[in-house]
Design a protein. Structure first.
Length: 196
């Protein structure tokens, strides 16, 4: 992930959660901004990394000026949106990136054995379409017990969305533990998009 960023980059972390991705770029003297819909997680990020910028907001309507960032990351976040929300997000990311800017993201692979086993055991439920999965989310403090929604994104779907939003696919592959893997063994789809 780090190999795409260089010293001084303006980085946007979409779906930043508690801000932990910042640690990856700490030595690059970047301008780091994180956005997440969770006010609680943004508060944690601000406390952990007070020198960086963290804002509460929706990835489908980014509260930033056009061409504000050199690179954007989204780690396991875009797949929480249904397809129309995924399209909106890619359009917004294209808007806030400079020409030639990169969008690096990971999305869960639901076609792999790990997910299929959970479906078979009833831990994950199939939603209204075959690519929609509902998982019960229990927070570490046991205070939140709620359904969490995921939509699978295939390489073909990502390529189509990327092109419509004004990106080209620079790299795309299935991954497990950071290594390239077959679709059946992989946990994530890694997509690296470059704005035209």
């Amino acid at each position: 992930m780090k190999r795409f960023a260089t010293k001084g980059n303006r980085i946007l972390d979409i779906g930043c959660g508690n801000g932990r991705l910042y640690q990856l770029f700490d030595d690059l003297s970047t301008e780091f901004t994180g956005i997440d819909i969770s006010q609680n997680l943004i508060q944690i990020a601000k406390e952990k990394y007070p020198e960086e910028t963290f804002v509460v907001g929706d990835m489908r309507k980014l509260p930033f000026e056009d061409s504000s960032f050199d690179i954007a990351y989204s780690i396991a976040a875009v797949h929480h949106l249904p397809p129309e929300g995924q399209h909106e997000t890619l359009n917004e990311v294209a808007r806030v990136l400079v020409s030639g800017g990169m969008f690096v993201m990971t999305n869960w692979n639901f076609l792999g054995r790990w997910t299929q086993k959970r479906i078979e055991k009833g831990r994950y439920l199939i939603g209204d379409t075959p690519d929609h999965i509902i998982a019960n989310f229990i927070s570490g403090d046991k205070k939140t017990d709620a359904p969490r929604h995921y939509w699978n994104i295939t390489p073909e779907q990502m390529t189509t969305m990327a092109e419509k939003a004004g990106f080209v696919v620079a790299e795309q592959y299935y991954s497990k533990n950071g290594e390239e893997e077959t679709v059946k063994e992989a946990d994530n789809l890694i997509s690296v998009l470059r704005k035209i």
